[in-house]
Design a binder for this molecule. Structure first.
Ligand SMILES: Cc1ncc(COP(=O)(O)O)c(C=O)c1O
Length: 328
């Protein structure tokens, strides 16, 4: 970050940002990429580029674009959301869910009826505990949307973990989506940064929306430099996050808690069914003990990442065990 050669990315481009954009687009099998300060802005710019005000979009229940971005998909991008159920797996709708909406909409539409334009998937699904979409199903879901004449945006903030869990290339995990956003600050350790990738024409239009939101960043090469380190040094070892999450879940079960085997790097833990304690009691106790975690629905979310090595994991498990004793 200190030694990178920078330019002005608002005027005539920054070389490190350009390198990051083209390398990431290549990795994801897309024509072009656009650097963004955050995953939320990547998603919002994608939705603004796909939708016109009043268009409907579908997304699985508790998708980040529905539940955790202040509703900007509605009041800034103008999208009218329709929740899809998790019929296939946690966080993952089925082809039939998409086909049912398409069939209903195709059935004698009136001029005043809502028109769907987009399906927004999330891989891995944060709220569902890091479940990934099987890459074959991802293609089937995209095909179902395309057949209905809709586009597909993939919120791939943790797409890297989805690819590692299936031992496939990130491009394969994109699963036929028309646009995809990824993050460098989740698991990979960069302090800031996300990238939106799609066709060249889409990215040219998205660049205008990014500027409109104040996301045109001038000497952003200092940030891109950290994201390049994330790609070079952290991405190859990302599957360790899943293995350590699995060890963490096992340790939590041994403490008498409910902690299903994680699919990737997110562990959802909750007090047993007969416990008089709630997830927020647990979160508070663990945070007081010095372990970072969040309440998510009825569970506590713990995430493994590049800074949690074996030693840090053992230390965290020790602290969690001590803080959990009073809950048994
Ligand atoms: C699935 C998903 N998408 C998007 C985001 C937003 O990323 P950011 O916090 O960089 O805005 C997050 C953040 O946790 C996320 O989990």
């Amino acid at each position: 970050m200190a030694s990178v050669r920078v330019g002005d990315d608002v005027i005539d481009r920054d070389p490190a940002v350009q390198e990051l954009e083209s390398r990431t687009a290549n990795l994801l099998g897309q024509e072009a990429g656009l650097f963004m300060p955050s995953g939320s802005m990547s998603n919002l710019v994608a939705l603004m580029t796909h939708l016109r005000p009043g268009d409907r979009f579908l997304a699985p229940r508790h998708a980040h674009v529905l539940s955790h971005e202040l509703g900007t998909a509605g009041w800034i991008a103008g999208g009218i959301p329709l929740e899809l159920p998790w019929s296939h797996a946690p966080g993952v709708p089925s082809v039939a869910d998409i086909a049912a909406v398409a069939a209903e909409e195709a059935d004698q539409p009136a001029y005043y009826d809502l028109v769907t334009r987009l399906v927004c998937l999330e891989n891995t699904h944060n709220h569902a505990g890091g479940y990934f979409i099987d890459w074959r199903l991802a293609h089937e879901l995209s095909d179902a949307a395309h057949q209905a004449g809709w586009a597909v945006h993939l919120d791939g903030a943790r797409l890297w973990h989805a690819a590692a869990a299936q031992s496939i290339d990130p491009a394969q995990a994109v699963g036929g989506a028309d646009s995809v956003s990824v993050c460098f600050s989740k698991g990979l350790g960069a302090p800031v940064g996300s990238l939106l990738c799609a066709s060249r024409g889409f990215i040219d239009r998205a660049r205008r929306w990014r500027k409109a939101l104040g996301g045109g960043l001038r000497q952003s090469g200092v940030l891109a430099a950290a994201a390049l380190v994330a790609l070079d040094e952290e991405l190859p070892r990302i599957d360790w996050d899943r293995r350590r999450a699995s060890l963490l879940a096992k340790a939590l079960r041994e403490m008498g808690l409910r902690a299903p085997e994680p699919a990737t790097n997110i562990v959802l833990a909750s007090p047993g069914p007969d416990s008089r304690w709630s997830a927020s009691d647990l979160t508070q106790a663990w945070q007081d003990a010095g372990v970072g975690c969040l309440t998510m629905g009825t569970a506590v979310r713990l995430v493994t990442h590049r800074d949690i090595d074996d030693r840090a994991l053992a230390q965290a498990i020790g602290l969690l065990a001590q803080a959990t004793e009073r809950f048994s």
